[in-house]
Design a protein around this ligand. Structure first.
Ligand code: SF4
Length: 269
């Protein structure tokens, strides 16, 4: 994303009137370090709080990580979230994520570590009748193209039970994600429109979940509502709501390319 595009998004965010915080996420925002730093400077000058989500790949050691983070400490970011888990860097104690978090702490930056793990099946609580229903540990949300990889081998639920969206407020979204293609995403791969074609403030102002061909069915009946409204033939069971939602959207992607974007979220390009 260019500085000009970042300026446009910030101005449009200001116009919306309710946006308080801008996050620079990825992909990986540190790949575009000077543009990211300048974008944060612009956001701060306009009165927004600014946060970053990174996998810390750039942090080769604590001393060097301080060089990367020094300008951000001076700008006063409100959060630096680093992916610190075995999926990114294995079990290393000196992983880039750990070095980045140590450097951030030394500079007084507010930090959070994001930890993902491949979900595991474990016995449910023993209620005196033997082991309970198997539960999934790992706290992972099965959204985006990693769904199929993570879902493999996990217990499933009947589609009829998957009748509401558990994580996003699709009626009155509290956040959106804008990618470099201009796609304004309500949830990964569900688009409100393209902000390089229609100003972001107009997209947000005119958004009506009931008129949206994907969000409407999801609001009315959850993922199974999406399946039923479009008469899709899928499996009888899925791991959770997001797993079924993803499968239904993948089946609809060519019917609604404008609303199911970008295709990269579905591993298609
Ligand atoms: S059910 Fe669908 S829209 Fe809701 S959080 Fe899951 S993937 Fe997103």
């Amino acid at each position: 994303m260019t500085l000009k595009q970042i300026r446009t998004i910030l101005e449009e965010s200001d116009r919306i009137g309710t946006v308080q915080e801008i996050y620079f996420e990825g992909g990986e925002p540190f790949l575009f370090y000077p543009v990211m730093v300048e974008g944060i400077r612009l956001a701060k000058n306009m009165g927004f709080r600014a946060g970053i989500v990174s996998n810390g790949y750039w942090s080769t050691c604590v001393e060097d990580a301080k060089l990367w983070l020094g300008p951000l400490a001076e700008l006063g970011i409100s959060d630096l979230s680093i992916s610190d888990d075995t999926l990114h860097f294995g079990d290393r104690n000196d992983s880039p994520a750990k070095c980045a978090l140590a450097a951030a702490k030394a500079l007084g930056l507010p930090t959070a570590s994001i930890s993902k793990a491949k979900p595991q099946v474990q016995d449910g609580p023993d209620i005196g009748l033997g082991k309970g229903t198997p539960e999934i540990s790992g706290g992972i949300k099965l959204r985006g193209r990693a769904v199929e990889k993570f879902a493999e081998g996990l217990p499933t639920r009947k589609c009829e039970e998957l009748n509401s969206c558990p994580y996003e407020d699709l009626v009155d979204p509290k956040r959106v994600h804008v990618d470099s293609y201009g796609t304004v995403q309500i949830c990964q791969g569900i688009s409100m429109g393209n902000c390089w074609e229609t100003p972001l403030s107009e997209l947000v102002r005119d958004y009506d979940s009931q008129k949206h061909p994907i969000c409407g069915p999801l609001v009315r009946g959850g993922p199974i509502g999406l399946v039923e409204e479009y008469g899709l033939t899928l499996e009888d069971e899925y791991v959770d709501e997001c797993h079924l939602c993803y499968a239904a959207r993948l089946a609809l992607i060519d019917k609604f390319p404008e609303y199911l974007a970008p295709r990269q979220v579905y591993g298609l390009e």
